[in-house]
Structures are given as structure tokens and as C-alpha cells.
Design a protein around this ligand. Structure first.
Ligand SMILES: Cc1cc2nc3c(=O)[nH]c(=O)nc-3n(C[C@H](O)[C@H](O)[C@H](O)COP(=O)(O)OP(=O)(O)OC[C@H]3O[C@@H](n4cnc5c(N)ncnc54)[C@H](O)[C@@H]3O)c2cc1C
Length: 383
């Protein structure tokens, strides 16, 4: 019997497993035959995420800012002298995270799919396609379509957005800036991105679930940006859970990463909140084994801890997202008129991609902006 079985060998599962392995015997079971496949991510991360990961992935490009295009075509540029993000290959990243976990003593079992679990006699019996295994507790790190999260009743995320992305053979003139586009014609309910890395441009978007299929919007975007005639080197798609889960703990069970809906609702970034939450998780697991108490009540301290750590960004981000998704294109265009000011641009320049709601609050909190935005905000919130 293992102390802990982690379900899911993505970055959240391997980060949590690495930390728990200091104290416990840990096995990670992963559905796929190799880590990091299929890739369902853009791979845009901050220096903080790089440091938290504990690995040194290949940096495909360093990004210093963004050109934000509003529905009326007007754009503002936000850039900094310091790098704001790096682009990595998520497939390689996940592989290195799994190797790092193994260095820390974690064992992996691939091609092993969790299908359910039951608790009896002070242990968790885990059913898989490859037989039954037992552990004192489990960590559900099985991603956005988490089966472990569904074992807690009434536990769906508030919503999902659907994403699609192509790597296009095209060298962008400006290698340091990302293009971000918003509006109902481009990416209803989210935004699109064009990220350069050498001779390739990574173009993608996410949309709300009630919009038309994301492929339709991507084709239109490629046409509008003149990228439709170029070779497609790689295709990706995926879903992002947003808005939080009711519970991220249960008897002999904790959830982490997308399985716990630890994703920033404004940017869709999941790696930073998952990695930070891994520390709250390992601290809780360590205490639970010390006290020999793996009850739901004892493990509930994990949720308090991770929410203290990253909950504010997630909750505030979701409130801002609700406002954003209730805005019309005209209302977004009005914001473009307001944000095109030097002072506000400076506020954005000092922001971090790990705290997108801070940037938005600073922007909206500027007295002139607030005054001019008030009617738009009230109308948007009353919808
Ligand atoms: C289009 C798109 C772009 C994104 N871009 C970014 C970005 O630029 N930066 C960022 O920070 N985040 C981004 N994200 C979000 C990010 O990819 C996720 O938040 C992150 O992958 C979450 O990690 P995880 O380990 O929780 O889940 P996952 O990476 O999904 O890993 C879960 C693992 O569990 C395994 N699994 C699932 N079910 C089972 C089962 N029953 N049994 C065993 N194993 C199972 C899966 O095979 C998978 O390996 C993006 C997401 C999408 C869809």
C-alpha cells in the first residue's frame, strides 16, 4: 500500500507529488503512455512559474508586452523593459516535471487510468484499467475533466471555455510582443492571441461554451490577420475550467490544479495557482500523516490555505470576468478610448501576468477611468 496515490501526471500532479515525497511514499498514475501528451496549453508562463517549477525548460521566446486590439480595430500597446513572460514547449515542460518528481523519489505508472475509488478499512481502494491499488489517501490532479472531482457531489466548475491553437509557419516582424484581440467576432467570452517565436507564430483563442465552434473563429482570425495561407505546423485544443469548484477536499482526498479549478479566470493561466497550491497541499498532507488524521474535516485546512494564497486572484478575476462577458463590443470600444492614456499605460507596464486582476483593478480604479466607466459598468452588471 502507498501513502499517497496522485491521479494524473500533469504539472500539478507532479509538483504536488515532488513535495509530498519528502515525507511520504508517492505513486503517480497517468492515463497516457508518456507525460505531456497531448499538449493542451499555450506555454506562456512568468518567471515565478519557472522558479516554482524547479526545472529548466527550453525557452522558445521572451515576451516584453502586448498589443491589445479592440473590436473597432483600435489598439493599445503595453510593454516593459523587463520580460513579462516566456514561451515554453508544454510537452517538454511536463516531461521534465515528471523526471524531477522521479529524482525526488516519486514513482510513476503510465497507461493507467483511474476509474473510481472506495474507502474501507482505513484505506482508499483505487480502481484502474490495470487492476486495483491501495493508498492511505489520493490526490486528484486529473485535469479539467476530473473524475476525482466528480466524486464530490455537485462539484462542477462554474463554466468552461473552449480553446484552439495552431503553430503557423510565419515569422512575425516584432518578436517581443504578443497580439491580443477581443470582441464578439474574434473570441466571444475570452480573447485571441498571436505569439511569435522565430519562424513560427502560435495563434489561438478561447471562446465561451455557447459560442460557435472555436475553429470557425480561428479560421476567421487567420484570414483577417493574413495568416491563412501559411503552413500549420501543429494543432492543439482543450478546455479551461473557470469560476471555482465547491470543494477541493474530501475524506482521504485532496484536489489540485485544473481538477480543483485553480485557474485564473481572466487569463486562463493554471500553472501558477496550481504550483502555489501544491505547497499548501504538501503542508496539509504532512500534518495529516503526523496526526494520523486523513478525515475530511482535517483535510479541509488545505482549502483555507490555498485560498489564502491564490484565492483572491481567482475570486476577483471571476467577478471581473462576469463583467467582461456581459459587455457589448461598443462597451469594450469605449474602454479602449479610456485606457489609451499614458498614466494607465504605466500602471499596466508595472503589472504581472500572474496577477491580471490587479492590473485591471488598478486600471478601473483610476478616478478618471472609474467616472467615465461607471455607466458602462452598471449596465453590464445589471444584464
Ligand atoms: C488552449 C489552452 C491554453 C492554455 N495556456 C496556458 C498558458 O499559457 N499558461 C498557463 O499557465 N496555463 C495555460 N492553460 C491552462 C493549463 O494548461 C492548465 O491549467 C494546466 O495544464 C493544469 O495542469 P494540471 O496538471 O492540473 O492538468 P493537466 O495538465 O490537464 O494534467 C492532468 C493529467 O491527468 C491525466 N488524467 C486525466 N484523467 C485521468 C485518469 N482518469 N486517470 C489517470 N490520469 C488521468 C491526464 O492525462 C493529464 O496528464 C491553457 C489551457 C488551454 C486549454
Amino acid at each position: 500500500m502507498h501513502d499517497v496515490i496522485v491521479i494524473g501526471g500533469g504539472p500539478a500532479g507532479n509538483k504536488a507529488a515532488s513535495l509530498i515525497a519528502d515525507r511520504c511514499d508517492v505513486l503517480v498514475i497517468e492515463d497516457h503512455a508518456v507525460p505531456g501528451r497531448p499538449v493542451q496549453c499555450t506555454g506562456l508562463i512568468s518567471d515565478e512559474v519557472l522558479e516554482l517549477s524547479g526545472i529548466r525548460p527550453t525557452i522558445l521566446n521572451e515576451l516584453y508586452g502586448a498589443n491589445i486590439f479592440f473590436p473597432n480595430g483600435k489598439s493599445i500597446s503595453v510593454s516593459s523593459n523587463e520580460r513579462k513572460a516566456v514561451l515554453i514547449d508544454r510537452g517538454e515542460f511536463d516531461l521534465l516535471m515528471a523526471e524531477k518528481a522521479e529524482e525526488n523519489g516519486v514513482k510513476h505508472k503510465y497507461s493507467t487510468r483511474y476509474t473510481g475509488h472506495a474507502i474501507s478499512g482505513g484505506a482508499v481502494r483505487i480502481a484502474t484499467n490495470d487492476g486495483t491499488m491501495t493508498a492511505s489517501m489520493i490526490v486528484g490532479a486529473d485535469g479539467h475533466n476530473s473524475m476525482t472531482a466528480r466524486t464530490i457531489e455537485n462539484n462542477a466548475p462554474k463554466e468552461y471555455v473552449r480553446g484552439i491553437q495552431f503553430d503557423i509557419r510565419h515569422r512575425a516582424d516584432d518578436q517581443k510582443m504578443i497580439n491580443i484581440r477581443i470582441g464578439s467576432e474574434t473570441a466571444p467570452g475570452f480573447f485571441s492571441w498571436e505569439i511569435p517565436f522565430g519562424d513560427i507564430t502560435r495563434v489561438g483563442l478561447c471562446t465561451s461554451m455557447n459560442a460557435r465552434p472555436p475553429m470557425e473563429y480561428l479560421k476567421a482570425l487567420l484570414k483577417r490577420t493574413g495568416l491563412d495561407g501559411h503552413d500549420v505546423v501543429r494543432r492543439y485544443n482543450g478546455r479551461i475550467p473557470l469560476g471555482g469548484q465547491r470543494k477541493t477536499y474530501g475524506e482521504r482526498m485532496l484536489l489540485i490544479g485544473d481538477a480543483a479549478c485553480q485557474v485564473k479566470p481572466i487569463s486562463g493561466g493554471g500553472l501558477q495557482p496550481a504550483f502555489r497550491s501544491a505547497y499548501s497541499l504538501s503542508e496539509t498532507v504532512s500534518e495529516a500523516f503526523d496526526k494520523n488524521d486523513l478525515s475530511e474535516e482535517f483535510l479541509s485546512r488545505y482549502e483555507r490555505r490555498w485560498k489564502q494564497n491564490v484565492g483572491k486572484e481567482l475570486e476577483r478575476g471571476y467577478r471581473l470576468r462576469k463583467m467582461y462577458t456581459s459587455m457589448s463590443d461598443d462597451e469594450m470600444n469605449r474602454i479602449s478610448e479610456i485606457v489609451d492614456k499614458e498614466k494607465i499605460r504605466n500602471m499596466l507596464n508595472s503589472g504581472s501576468i500572474d496577477h491580471p486582476s490587479d492590473m485591471m483593478i488598478k486600471m478601473l480604479g483610476h478616478p478618471v477611468t472609474l467616472l467615465r466607466l461607471m455607466p458602462t459598468m452598471i449596465r453590464a452588471m445589471m444584464r
